[in-house]
Design a protein around this ligand. Structure first.
Ligand code: SAH
Length: 258
């Protein structure tokens, strides 16, 4: 039996948050079929005090609390090395990046943060080629900067807005990446043809019934003329994209306006 196509470790203070997504729909099936292994870890297992605290007041003052680098260092090293919850690779010594990992390369370790690279389909495609991803979910005012530098290989944002925590962002990354793993979405054509992959937004789709409350589906789709259907879809995709997302039509080889 070969291992899963993709293993994803998530570090969070709310592991139960992932129970829903993990047990629902195609993610559940991908796990059942062994294509995806999703392991969710409780950051608090690496806290060192009685209250299992993972945050502290920011140096220099200011509102809110910041997540502690020592807890994150120990947790990330343990997850990289697949140690049990709370185990550490040793609490002292050089920062994690220098110490990793059985002589190999660190797994791709993604810290979710509004300051990160904007997540998009091309990054999803890049991540889907990795054997293993580690996702770090922040809370409170965010995470000590040393974790950004020493633990993360990537900083990723899912958009220009601020969430309460990294869990929703991690779930977005997990869904977008997992559906690109071969076999997860039934028909390979359905991931090749859709919005963004082709550089265009997807054309409109219709299904039964053909006539509903006086509304008829476009005639070309029921004509049986496959060439005409293809041309109609291309034209619709192009029109939709230029109306809604003209930025997608800009030729990337040309200099950007402004
Ligand atoms: N003070 C931080 C925001 C903290 S929000 C700032 O101004 O940048 C708390 C956590 O939610 C963050 O640590 C991050 O993990 C997550 N988060 C919030 N918005 C996000 C976004 N747009 N993309 C990815 N993660 C986000």
């Amino acid at each position: 039996m070969t291992g899963p196509a993709l293993a994803i470790d998530v570090l969070t203070i709310f592991p139960a948050w992932f129970d829903g997504p993990l047990h629902t729909s195609l993610l559940a099936r991908a796990s059942d079929e062994g294509r995806l292994e999703l392991r969710v870890h409780d950051l608090r297992d690496w806290a060192t005090d009685r209250h299992r605290s993972v945050d502290a007041a920011p140096y220099g003052g200011g509102a809110g609390m910041v997540m502690r680098a020592d807890v994150w260092f120990n947790a990330a090293e343990a997850v990289w090395n697949q140690l049990p919850p709370g185990a550490t690779a040793g609490r002292d010594g050089p920062p994690p990046e220098a110490r990793y990992v059985a002589g190999g390369r660190r797994p791709r370790t993604i810290l979710l943060t509004p300051r990160g690279r904007r997540f998009d389909q091309s990054l999803a495609e890049e991540l889907a080629r990795e054997p293993r991803l580690v996702l770090l979910c922040g809370r409170y005012e965010g995470i000590d900067e040393r974790v950004h530098h020493e633990v993360a290989t990537d900083e990723v944002s899912i958009g220009d807005y601020v969430l309460l925590g990294g869990e929703v962002a991690a779930a977005a990354v997990i869904e977008a990446v997992t559906r690109l793993v071969p076999g997860v979405v039934g028909n390979a054509g359905s991931t090749a043809d859709e919005s963004f992959t082709s550089g265009l937004l997807e054309y409109p789709q219709y299904t039964r019934p053909a006539r509903l409350r006086g509304l008829q589906v476009p005639e070309v789709l029921t004509s049986g003329d496959h060439g005409a259907v293809r041309r109609w879809r291309e034209e619709q995709a192009r029109t939709l994209t230029s109306d809604r997302r003209p930025d997608l039509l800009v030729d990337p080889r040309l200099p950007r306006p402004g």
